[in-house]
Design a protein around this ligand. Structure first.
Ligand code: FAD
Ligand code: DHB
Length: 385
C-alpha cells in the first residue's frame, strides 16, 4: 500500500497535520495505536493560545471552539496570601481560550472523517522503517496480520513514547531537564469559584485553579514525584487546595464537587534536535516536552504542524523543498522560546528544596512580575502566544 504521507498518532498534531495536508491536496494515512474512544477520553491540556485559535479557525475547525470555548483576558498570580491579576488582554490585545484538548481532538477527528480522511485507530504501536531511503514505510499488526504503508514522508506525531523519537536514532540529540515533582490533576463536577485561572505559589507547593466549563472545574497540585494517587484521597486534595489558595492568611476553598477524573503527571523538559532525519519528521510531543506550567504543550504541537504542512505540501506538489529543509530550524526557534517560558513559570511558581535565600528571590521575582508593567507584559505576551 502506498500514500504520500504516513502520520503516526491521532493526537492534536497528527490529526491537524492530516487535515492541513488534505486542504493542500495531499493524501495521507494516520495510524493510531489506541482506539478512538480511548483517544477522545484522554484528559490533558485546556488552554488554547490566541495564535492557536487563529490556526484552527483558518483551518476551518474553529466553530465549536468559538461557540463553547471560554475566552479569558487575564490570569491571577496568588502568593503571600494576595491575589494579583495580570490583565493580559489590556497588555497585549490578545486573549486565551479555555477549551479542552479532548474537544480539539474530537473536532479534528470529526472533520477528518467527514472529509473522507484515512484515520486508522487501534493499530497498536506502529513501527518506522527505511527513513534514510526514498521509500520510508510504517508497519503495524492488526488482527494478527501485518500491514505496510509506504510513503514519500513519515511524520512522527506519536508523542513522547512513540516510535518517531526512537527512529531518529543517532541523528538526534536529546536535551533534557527533570523536576523533582509531579502534578496531581483532577476534574470535578463543580462550578468554578473564579472566572479566570489562578496560579498559586505557596510554601507547601504550587496549585492551579482551572476549568473546562461553567459546571466543570480542573485543579492541579504540585506533589513529590514519589507520591501515588492512593496517597491523595478526596478530602486531602480539597484541604490542601484550600491551604495553597489561602488569601489574607485564611484558607480559601474551591467549590467542591464530585471528582470524576484524576491523574499524576511528572514534570520535565525535553527537546529533540533536529526534528528531522532523512524522510522522517517529528512534530508535537514526539519532538519536545514542556512542563505544563506555561500551558504550552498542545499549542506547540499545533504550531509545529502549521509549519510542517505547507512546507511538505510545497515539496510534494511543486517539488520545491526549500521550506521543508528549514522546518526543523524554524520550529526549534518557537520550541526553545516555549521551553524557556515553561521553565521560567515552573521555577517561579513551584516549591523547591532551596535555601531561605532562594525562596526570597522567588518571591521578589513574583513581586516584580505583578508590579512592573514591563515584566507583566513580558509574561502576558508569552502566555497568550
Ligand atoms: P499526543 O496527544 O500524545 O498524541 C500522540 C498519539 O500517538 C496518541 O494518540 C498515542 O496513542 C499515539 N501513539 C503513540 N505511540 C504510537 C505508535 N507507535 N504508533 C501509533 N500511534 C502511537 N499540556 C498542558 O498544556 N496542560 C496539561 O495539563 C497537560 N497535561 C498532560 C498530561 C499528560 C499525561 C500528558 C502525556 C501530556 C499533558 N500535556 C499537557 C501536554 C499536551 O497534552 C501535549 O503537549 C499534547 O497532547 C501534544 O499533542 P501530540 O499530538 O503531539 O501528542
Ligand atoms: C490547564 C493546564 C495547564 O497546564 C495550565 O497551565 C493551565 C490550565 C488546564 O488543564 O486547564
Amino acid at each position: 500500500e502506498r500514500t504520500r504521507v504516513v502520520i503516526l498518532g491521532a493526537g492534536p498534531a497528527g490529526l491537524l497535520l492530516s487535515h492541513l495536508l488534505h486542504r493542500a491536496g495531499v493524501e495521507s494515512v494516520v495510524v493510531e495505536a489506541r482506539d478512538r474512544e480511548y483517544v477522545q477520553a484522554r484528559v490533558r491540556a485546556g488552554v488554547v493560545e490566541h495564535g492557536t485559535a487563529d490556526i484552527l479557525r483558518e483551518a476551518g475547525v474553529g466553530d465549536r471552539l468559538d461557540r463553547e470555548g471560554l475566552p479569558h483576558g487575564g490570569i491571577e498570580l496568588r502568593f503571600d496570601g494576595e491575589g494579583h491579576r495580570i490583565p493580559m488582554s489590556d497588555l497585549t490585545g490578545r486573549h486565551i481560550t479555555v477549551y479542552g484538548q479532548q474537544k480539539v481532538v474530537h473536532d479534528l477527528t470529526e472533520q477528518r472523517l467527514a472529509d473522507g480522511g484515512d484515520v486508522r485507530f487501534a493499530c497498536g504501536p506502529a513501527r518506522i522503517h527505511d527513513v534514510d531511503t526514498a521509500e520510508p514505510s510504517v508497519t503495524y499488526t492488526l488482527d494478527g496480520e501485518e500491514h505496510r504503508v509506504v510513503a514519500d514522508f513519515v511524520v512522527g506525531c506519536d508523542g513522547a513514547h512513540g516510535s518517531g523519537r526512537t527512529a531518529m536514532g543517532p541523528a538526534m540529540s536529546a536535551l533534557e531537564k527533570e523536576y523533582p515533582f509531579a502534578w496531581l490533576g483532577i476534574l470535578a463536577h463543580a462550578s468554578p469559584r473564579v472566572d479566570e485561572l489562578v496560579y498559586a505559589s505557596h510554601e507547601r507547593g504550587f496549585a492551579l485553579y482551572s476549568m473546562r466549563s461553567t459546571e466543570m472545574t480542573r485543579l492541579y497540585l504540585q506533589v513529590p514525584s514519589s507520591d501515588r494517587l492512593e496517597d491523595w484521597p478526596d478530602d486531602r486534595i480539597w484541604e490542601e487546595l484550600s491551604v495553597r489558595f489561602s488569601l489574607g492568611g485564611e484558607p480559601w476553598s474551591p467549590t467542591r464537587g464530585e471528582i470524576f477524573e484524576r491523574s499524576l503527571a511528572p514534570l520535565h523538559s525535553f527537546v529533540a534536535e533536529p526534528m528531522q532525519r532523512g524522510r522522517l519528521f517529528l512534530a508535537g510531543d514526539a519532538a519536545h516536552i514542556v512542563p505544563p506550567t506555561g500551558a504550552k504543550g498542545m499549542n506547540l504541537a499545533i504550531r509545529d504542524v502549521a509549519l510542517l504542512a505547507p512546507a511538505m505540501a510545497k515539496q510534494l506538489t511543486d517539488g520545491d523543498e526549500s521550506d521543508l529543509r528549514t522546518y526543523s530550524e524554524r520550529a526549534l526557534q518557537d520550541v526553545w522560546r516555549a521551553e524557556y517560558f515553561s521553565w521560567w513559570m515552573t521555577t517561579m511558581l513551584h516549591r523547591f528544596e532551596g535555601t531561605a535565600f532562594d525562596r526570597r528571590v522567588q518571591t521578589a521575582q513574583l513581586r516584580s512580575v505583578v508590579s512592573s508593567r514591563a515584566h507583566s507584559t513580558a509574561l502576558a505576551e508569552a502566555y497568550v502566544g
